[in-house]
Design a protein around this ligand. Structure first.
Ligand SMILES: [Cu+2]
Length: 189
């Protein structure tokens, strides 16, 4: 009985750990667009972005694109010297460092009417626990063929990258130790 509880806790914690690579679809259901004048600044301000999260741009590639740009080009809506350009209509960007990540649509006129977003991971983010990610990772807003890179739950036998897995496992084991130490008295009838 107690063992079952512990296993359930382990599974729950492991999944929390894995979800630390949360996937955020820019604009949520609206996607990356100029229709409806989505306020991407407001959208981003409600998110708690972390290193390792995935930012997904879903859009009609016939009308839009995604350019990662400098702060200056972000402010000026300049598409002349992007750091990177994406054009598939379903582009994901993994946050690799803290700070700002500036994106605009490079189609003339779009950025200036609001198709721009500043993805910011606070430099001094409070990360007390490895599982600092928001619990409910937003679902990618439909749009079949969305290829979200989600870490596999079961590490494959050979040479798979398991950094996230080991982090999650380490955390889960630490909590397990805690549960074993203190939880036993509570669970015991
Ligand atoms: Cu556009």
């Amino acid at each position: 009985m107690e063992k079952a509880v512990v296993i359930a806790a382990l599974v729950a914690l492991a999944s929390v750990g894995f979800s630390s690579g949360a996937v955020y679809t820019v604009g949520d259901k609206a996607g990356w667009t100029i229709i409806g004048k989505v306020n991407y600044t407001a959208w981003a301000s409600t998110k708690n972005f972390q290193v390792g999260d995935i930012i997904l741009f879903v859009y009609n590639k016939n009308f839009h694109n995604v350019m990662e740009v400098t702060k200056e080009d972000y402010k000026a809506c300049s598409n002349g010297s992007p750091l990177a350009t994406h054009t598939t209509g379903n582009d994901s960007f993994t946050i690799k460092r803290r700070g700002h990540h500036f994106f605009i649509c490079g189609v003339p006129g779009h950025c200036s009417i609001g198709q721009k977003v500043d993805i910011r991971v606070p430099k001094l983010a409070v990360s007390a626990a490895p599982s600092g990610a928001p619990a409910g990772a937003p679902s990618s807003g439909g749009g079949g063929g969305v290829s979200v890179r989600t870490p596999a739950i079961a590490p494959t036998p050979s040479g798979a990258p398991v950094t996230a897995a080991s982090n999650a496992l380490g955390f889960a084991l630490a909590v397990l130790a805690f549960v074993a130490t203190f939880g036993g008295g509570l669970v015991m009838p």
